[in-house]
Design a protein around this ligand. Structure first.
Ligand code: TA6
Length: 285
């Protein structure tokens, strides 16, 4: 059921059962493949341009943005004050090698647990628990504040979903939800009308958790989230795609990101020694 494989420079945990398969890179504890017997194509988008090189976050699957989401200077004052130095885009977790703490099987499921403990200040630790079954997958990100003072942080499970045609893809579940349009000069607040459709670069932070359906010509991915108050919806479209690392120019037509997050004013405040759990579950209709 469980084995360690090598994908170019990166080690990965491979989970292979009669009913489902999964591959999780130890770099970033990044899920890059999940499929079932009933739906044998990868439920996640992974660009073919990826090098799978050490220290280069893979574009696709579910990158873990932690202990901040997005550009550091766009975070709240409380988050910026919690870190002695500015962090890189989406934090450092996705570039670090996580340790595989445990694997187990439970009835018809497989469970894998990874941990990240660094000497970075403030001393935060992260645990990710994956659960896989023939019904789908879940990913739970637990953050532990090891300091004797409060820490504010932001986070996202930056999930990439596949589609054969972005023009015929929609996200439902955010009707009349407020969102920040990060493509406007002043990050204007707007209100969603109906389903989210894609006809150009899209980069929005919705003020609601990712309880939604992603409708593509091949599938309906049903997401449910616990302890998430933000959802980021992103497609780079043509021009941005040309400048993205590990991404082919036409990849924007074959993917969309719907990210289970706590971002901007929804940043998490962790009391001393407290912990927080962010969880995403994905099933497929
Ligand atoms: O998905 C939201 C976002 O912050 C976009 O603005 C874009 O930067 C994307 O993440 C990808 O970021 P990355 O650092 O993986 O290239």
């Amino acid at each position: 059921m469980f084995s360690i494989i090598q994908i170019n420079q990166l080690e990965a945990l491979a989970i292979d059962s009669a009913e489902f398969k999964a591959i999780i890179l130890l770099q970033g504890a990044q899920l890059v493949e999940f499929s079932t017997t009933d739906h044998p194509n990868n439920w996640l988008f992974v660009s073919e341009a990826n090098e799978f090189a050490l220290g280069k976050p893979i574009r696709g699957g579910i990158p873990i943005c932690w202990p901040v989401f997005g550009a550091f200077d766009k975070n709240s004052e409380a988050v910026k004050a919690s870190f002695p130095e500015p962090l890189g885009q989406h934090g450092y977790a996705r570039s670090e090698i996580w340790s595989l703490k445990s694997t187990e099987t439970e009835q018809n499921s497989a469970i894998a647990c990874f941990e990240l403990n660094t000497n970075n200040k403030p001393h935060l630790s992260a645990t990710v628990i994956f659960r896989f079954s023939s019904e789908g997958y879940s990913i739970e990100l637990v953050t532990q504040n090891n300091e004797a003072h409060s820490i504010s942080m932001s986070q996202a499970l930056h999930s990439y979903f596949p589609t054969s045609d972005i023009d015929n893809t929609a996200v439902s579940g955010f009707d009349i939800v407020e969102y920040i349009d990060t493509l406007t000069a002043n990050w204007e607040s707007k209100t969603q009308q109906g389903d989210i459709l894609f006809s150009g670069e899209t980069d929005r932070i919705y003020q609601a958790g990712s309880n939604c359906d992603i409708k593509t010509p091949e599938a309906v991915f049903t997401l449910s989230a616990d302890n998430s108050n933000s959802t980021v919806v992103w497609n780079p479209w043509i021009e941005k795609s040309k400048g993205l690392s590990q991404f082919n120019d036409e990849d924007y037509r074959k993917m969309l990101c719907v990210e289970t997050a706590n971002a901007l004013d929804d940043a998490i405040m962790l009391a001393p020694k407290a912990s927080h759990s962010l969880k995403l579950s994905c099933k497929r209709g």
